[in-house]
Design a protein around this ligand. Structure first.
Ligand SMILES: [Mg+2]
Length: 124
């Protein structure tokens, strides 16, 4: 079943690269949203929840880790699958953000195959 997706990253270039990689992955995505920071992401989620969120960690104003906690407090988004996409690859950080409510983790640089592998469990 087609899913809706939000890409949250403070770099517009990175958002474009992620969008293109998602398209190349062949995953069935019917609606895409973008947000440049956590506050924008929360506003957009409040207006229209998404099935899957791809979330950067290092962002000004609100980090991706903080955003995960806030999204989990939104009644509309308790079921949203959150996949972190970051150059940060310490196991401790990954474990912490998963404990905070993220559902997966993709390290940069990534490939369409990696997106396929990490997102396909959430496409049913
Ligand atoms: Mg960033």
């Amino acid at each position: 079943m087609a899913k809706s997706l939000m890409i949250v990253d403070d770099s517009a270039t990175m958002r474009k690269i992620i969008m293109r990689t998602v398209r190349m992955s062949g995953l069935d995505i019917d609606r895409t949203e973008e947000a440049g920071n956590g506050i924008e992401a929360l506003e957009k989620l409040d207006a229209a929840p998404v099935d899957i969120m791809l979330c950067d960690i290092n962002m000004p104003e609100m980090s991706g880790v903080e955003l995960v906690k806030k999204v989990r407090e939104l009644p509309s988004s308790v079921d949203t699958k959150i996949i972190m996409v970051s150059t940060e690859s310490s196991q401790e950080l990954i474990d912490d953000v998963i404990a905070d409510g993220a559902n997966g983790y993709i390290t940069k640089p990534f490939t369409p195959e990696k997106f396929q592998e990490k997102l396909s469990p959430f496409m049913n």
